[in-house]
Design a protein around this ligand. Structure first.
Ligand code: HEC
Length: 185
């Protein structure tokens, strides 16, 4: 056999081997893809955690349960009410640091409430942007009369938001009876 024919045969063998190789590679890739496709997304398993496994379900279900436990805007308002009353007596005691502390906590409570119930935020915008800063300025004056005036204005604004949010029956008035344990003697 002439040398050139030998080269041609060798080349043909080589090419067909390569084609076979390619086919093999394609087959492996294709069947792997098919396997991945058929397996589909892995279903999350429902589990129970917490004391006696009270928190049940898949992750989203657990978040729903925890979110429910945080409560709505009323939960924040109960906290705001506490801050409001404490701030009042702090002012009457001329305990300005405590008054400032309570105002700051009140602001954070309302912000947390808006985070959970964003639909309430529009009615509370004036309270956050104007009323709270004005109260902060009054506290900084360290003057009981200025404090009392600002407190009266704040009270009106609590009620104004209640009216806007269709809970006008929740009427806020300056506290008359002291029940808290924090006082300056
Ligand atoms: C964003 C407007 C807004 C502002 C500002 C606001 N409130 Fe409220 N408040 C509400 C709404 C709305 C409710 C009813 C909550 C609900 O329906 O989930 C409420 C409920 C309450 C409750 C009843 C809570 C309960 O369930 O026992 C009290 C007390 C209260 N607010 C006090 C105050 C005080 C004090 C201030 C001012 C320092 C104030 N609120 C400012 C909107 C507001």
């Amino acid at each position: 056999m002439p040398f050139s024919s030998q080269i041609i045969i060798f080349a043909c063998d080589y090419i067909s081997l390569k084609i076979l190789d390619m086919r093999y590679v394609l087959l492996v890739v294709f069947s792997s893809l098919l396997l991945i496709y058929c397996a589909g997304p892995v279903e999350e398993r429902s589990t129970s955690v917490g004391s006696d496994g009270w928190l049940r379900g898949v992750t989203d279900e657990k978040f729903e349960i925890v979110a429910g436990q945080f409560g709505g805007f009323a939960r924040s308002m109960m906290d705001v009410h506490h801050r409001y009353v404490e701030m009042y007596w702090a002012g009457e005691d001329e305990n300005w640091q405590y008054a400032e502390y309570q105002l700051d906590e009140m602001r954070k409570s309302i912000e947390d409430g808006f985070e959970r119930r964003p639909a309430r935020a529009a009615s509370g915008q004036h309270f956050m942007d104007v009323v709270i800063p004005e109260m902060a300025n009054a506290i900084a004056e360290e003057d009981k009369q200025i404090f009392d005036e600002a407190f009266e204005l704040m009270t009106l604004q609590c009620n104004s938001c209640h009216a806007m949010e269709q809970v006008a029956f929740i009427q806020i008035h300056k506290p008359e009876v002291r029940t808290g344990a924090v006082m300056r003697r």
